[in-house]
Design a protein around this ligand. Structure first.
Ligand code: AKG
Ligand code: FE2
Length: 382
């Protein structure tokens, strides 16, 4: 190799290690162009739909869409509940997404979680890097992109993933800085878990599955499914998307679906989340204090395909950073998910094979978890 080549190779590998430190770190040296590492192939770029691009004002993706609304005040009222359950079912069938209002989680808990995440990402790199790990089973993982050890093109996101259960065992591993982080996360995890359970009850009812549920054969054999959800897995992901000089060339997150039953997503007031509705990417209008809830792969399987785990992605913009906090809920990791027997009959044959968390981990470790690959791999031939 010529000395010049050695120099170029060394520079390239240095660059690689820069990218491994995350987007926030990269942006600390004022940059005016997006480095090649983040530039998507032309057909995968958000293009004119990117927020913050003036040419996009007339573009479809630029219009903010209000998701179907699920009002907990209605779900709590016995006279309004049937109508609210019907809208919930329609939202899960047609959008895979809905917006929850009047959920009862105090404003301080919600504001506190966004604030603590903002302060976590605001810390010096060395403090955040204490939690960097490539071990998928680690209770805390700080990282960047989607899967930084596999992605060829990086996305414009840094993240903090926190396992929330069993809380007494995992809490001592959570970030100790900012000093109130553990308390804020613990409170937020408990509140979102409670809300998840209430939404799941409504979802089971909307699917025509009677409550209280006891020993449904499709999940862990002992106890009803609600008991299993109470003991189920919960992963919290705080996402940080710094402003991006060329937002039309990259994405904060590539198109993907979420693996669990439901994801409860809190976003700040900056738009960015897009869902695939029909053939169009539509940008979700943030409603402060509410939750965006989406159907995950496990619920699509459990409902035998009636409720849809829909692809979504995240746009970045040139002026403002954005923070979101997703909590992903499912059954305990050792449980198997399969279509509910009540939803399988001659007219609706079983459409998915059984799946469990171990097979999901094995899948994402072996290939890129882009798009709906994992769910596709669980589909039975029709
Ligand atoms: O930031 C967002 O709005 C979406 C994040 C997301 O899809 C995820 O964390 O799985
Ligand atoms: Fe997601």
């Amino acid at each position: 190799m010529s000395p010049a080549m050695v120099g170029a190779a060394a520079e390239a590998s240095n660059d690689e290690s820069q990218f491994q430190k995350g987007v926030k770190h990269l942006c600390e040296k004022a940059i005016s162009r997006v480095p090649g590492k983040y530039i998507l192939p032309v057909h995968e770029r958000p293009g004119r739909a990117a927020i913050g691009n003036d040419a996009a004002r007339v573009d479809e993706g630029r219009k903010l869409m209000s998701l179907p609304m699920v009002d907990f005040a209605e779900l709590r009222s016995s006279s309004d509940r049937p109508r609210a359950l019907k809208s919930l079912a329609e939202a899960c069938e047609q959008y895979g997404f809905f917006q929850v209002v009047n959920h009862g989680i105090p404003e301080e808990v919600i504001g506190g979680m966004i604030d603590a995440s903002t302060r976590f990402f605001g810390q010096p790199y060395e403090e955040r890097a204490r939690y960097m790990s490539s071990d998928m089973t680690s209770p805390v993982r700080y990282g960047t992109s989607f899967n930084q050890s596999k992605d060829k093109v990086f996305c414009w996101r840094d993240f903090l993933k926190i396992t929330c259960e069993p809380m007494p065992q995992v809490l001592p591993h959570w970030p100790s800085s900012p000093p109130d982080m553990r308390n804020v996360v613990a409170l937020y995890a408990k509140e979102t878990k409670c809300l998840f359970l209430k939404i799941m009850e409504a979802i089971l009812e909307s699917l025509g599955l009677p409550l209280p549920a006891t020993g449904r054969g499709s999940v862990c054999e002992d106890g009803g499914i609600m008991t299993q959800f109470e003991e189920g897995s919960q992963l919290m992901v705080s996402n940080f998307y710094p402003p991006c000089p060329e937002p039309e060339l990259t994405l904060g997150m590539p198109p993907h679906s979420d693996y669990g039953f439901l994801t409860l997503l809190l976003q700040d007031r900056v738009p960015g989340l897009q869902i695939l509705h029909g053939d169009n990417w539509v940008t979700v209008k943030p409603i402060p204090g509410s939750f965006v809830v989406n159907v995950g792969d496990h619920l699509e399987i459990f409902s035998n395909g009636r409720y849809k785990s829909v692809l979504h992605r995240v746009l970045v913009n040139s002026t403002e950073s954005r923070i979101s906090v997703a909590t992903l809920h499912s059954l305990p990791k050792e449980c198997t998910v399969s279509p509910a027997p009540e939803l399988v009959d001659e007219a609706n044959p079983r459409r998915y094979m059984d799946t469990d968390f171990a097979s999901f981990l094995a899948y994402i470790s072996s290939c890129e978890p882009k798009k709906k690959n994992f769910l596709e791999s669980r589909k039975l031939p029709s």
